[in-house]
Design a binder for this molecule. Structure first.
Ligand SMILES: Cc1cc2nc3c(=O)[nH]c(=O)nc-3n(C[C@H](O)[C@H](O)[C@H](O)COP(=O)(O)OP(=O)(O)OC[C@H]3O[C@@H](n4cnc5c(N)ncnc54)[C@H](O)[C@@H]3O)c2cc1C
Length: 483
């Protein structure tokens, strides 16, 4: 085990890391050079609105929308009679809620900057995944209740009613196909299935959601009691779908292309940081206009023959400069491995910045807790956060430690502390991130903000230990490298 603590000279806060002469380098800057000791101070926005408050506002707006949807059904249904009427009525409400739910699910993933920055992509993805399960269930409950209700009212069998609806109402047939597509997407997104398919396979199958929504759209107006005789409802419902469609096209396609044209992102160079870990330096102009913050990430699309078709998220591993960005990547699969072979001059589409894993500006002390490649966003924050900062860097072996020179130099420049906690549990003789150890590494831990980034298992265990060490939940900030 190695655990090194450094406590150099009195604190000097960091603001923006200086890049050499603020001009585009032709080769990547050397370790411990522009990205470390010459770090300069960066003003953190005063007490940003907390992510939790933004989350509550967004959830309240979604809930209000659901109430409005139920009011629409209430308004269009003067009276409900008999078992058939109740079944059909329940099916209609669920149908409206499903139609609203899919729009909310898509909007959460539309990469809207206020949501991405205020709430964070990982939280949005969790809501999307959880909401998706409910919406698929609501879609099928809607279909079953409607068919059952119609069958009761018409005194026919459920199978006979199903056959009649599918053969006589083309919109219903299309919506049924859409329902099966949604079910398929839901099944493949289940944890057990998701682990078995490649990320790209899952992602492209997920896009069938859009087809499912398009197929189901027309049956709402053709057959939905809330819309048939209500022009205003049809108008506002269409406006809701259209708005989200425009937002998707804008933020997923137009905005990244505009940013590409404006900033001219291109690879400056690649540097080996350790076994299987490389840093990619990306140049461009007027990058300060991106308003990127340390701790955030971009989705990077490298325009080479084999990489152009997919974009992957990587965090900034140094504070963004005016004309230079840096990411650091561990080779886990096809994409991350290919980055080691990038040639200078390769054009890049950078979509972002995304993520709410940024300084809160609370004025309290800060503890950064990194595991493995999770050091990247924390490395960028370490150089720039104001106030007293302690960095705890967990790695299973010294081979896995990157940026040691930079981290030591930053610590020396700003009077911060770095603890390297290295070795397996067996080598360390116990849990190296237990509440007791954490308290000893970061005195006054329970009074500070803690930022955690690492493998999901380590992050969850560390958060439990932090809670046990007395750190309130609201002061623990985490970034997940898995959506
Ligand atoms: C917010 C965020 C920030 C990240 N920052 C870093 C970083 O700074 N450095 C680093 O090394 N890694 C980072 N990652 C992880 C990195 O994105 C994946 O390791 C990489 O995309 C793997 O792709 P691959 O083709 O090499 O490997 P694969 O074997 O194809 O994928 C390995 C795993 O990576 C994930 N993944 C794959 N493709 C994507 C994708 N397009 N979008 C999202 N997840 C994907 C999946 O969970 C998959 O199971 C980050 C991930 C997220 C979500």
């Amino acid at each position: 085990m190695t655990s090194v603590a450094r406590r150099p000279a009195p604190a000097r806060h960091a603001e923006t890391e200086a890049y050499p002469g603020q001009r585009q380098p032709t080769t990547p800057p050397r370790s411990g050079g522009s990205h470390g000791p010459r770090a300069r101070t960066r003003a953190v926005p005063p007490q940003k609105e907390s992510g939790r408050a933004s989350a509550r506002v967004v959830l309240a707006v979604i809930a209000l929308g659901a109430v409005a949807v139920i009011a629409l059904w209430w308004h269009s249904t003067p009276d409900v009679r008999g078992l058939g009427g109740w079944l059909t009525g329940a099916g209609e409400v669920l149908g409206l809620l499903a139609g609203y739910g899919v729009v909310v699910l898509v909007a959460l993933m539309a990469r809207l900057p206020p949501l991405e920055r205020g709430i964070g992509t990982d939280q949005l993805a969790r809501w999307h995944a959880m909401g998706g399960r409910y919406v698929v269930c609501v879609v099928w409950a809607h279909a079953l209740l409607i068919v059952w209700g119609y069958a009761v009212e018409a005194h026919t069998s459920v199978t006979g009613e199903t056959a009649a609806l599918l053969t006589q109402y083309p919109d219903v047939l299309m919506a049924t196909v859409g329902g099966f597509l949604l079910l398929g997407v839901g099944l493949i997104s289940m944890r057990a299935a998701r682990r078995r398919v490649r990320y790209e396979t899952w992602y492209y199958l997920h896009l069938y959601t859009y087809l499912a929504i398009a197929l189901a759209f027309s049956h709402q107006f053709a057959d939905g009691v809330a819309f048939v005789n209500n022009l205003a409802a049809r108008f506002w419902w269409s406006a809701m779908y259209l708005t989200v469609a425009v937002l998707i096209v804008w933020y997923r396609f137009v905005a990244p292309l505009r940013s590409f044209a404006r900033h001219g992102f291109h690879v400056i160079g690649v540097r080996q940081e350790g076994p299987g870990i490389v840093s990619v330096y990306i140049g461009g102009s007027r990058l300060d206009e991106l308003d990127a913050e340390p701790g955030q990430f971009f989705r990077w699309r490298f325009l080479t023959r084999s990489l152009w078709w997919s974009s992957h998220p990587y965090s900034l591993s140094a504070a963004p400069g005016k004309d230079l960005l840096r990411i650091t990547v561990k080779d886990l699969g096809d994409h991350s491995q290919a980055l080691a072979r990038l040639q200078p001059g390769t054009r890049v589409i950078a979509e972002g910045p995304y993520g709410a894993f940024t300084a809160t500006g609370s004025g309290r002390g800060v503890v950064l807790l990194a595991g493995g490649v999770g050091i990247n966003p924390l490395r960028a924050m370490f150089a720039t956060l104001p106030g007293p900062v302690t960095l705890i860097y967990r790695a299973s072996s010294t081979r896995d430690v990157v940026f040691a020179d930079e981290l030591d130099a930053i610590a020396a420049a700003r009077g911060a502390t770095v603890h390297y906690v290295i070795g397996s549990r067996a080598e360390l003789g116990g849990d190296p991130l237990s509440p007791r150890v954490l308290r000893s590494l970061a005195p006054g831990l329970d009074e500070q903000d803690v930022y955690v980034c690492g493998p999901d298992g380590m992050t969850s265990a560390a958060i439990e230990a932090l809670r046990a060490a007395g750190v309130p939940k609201r002061r623990i900030h985490r970034e997940s490298f898995e959506f």
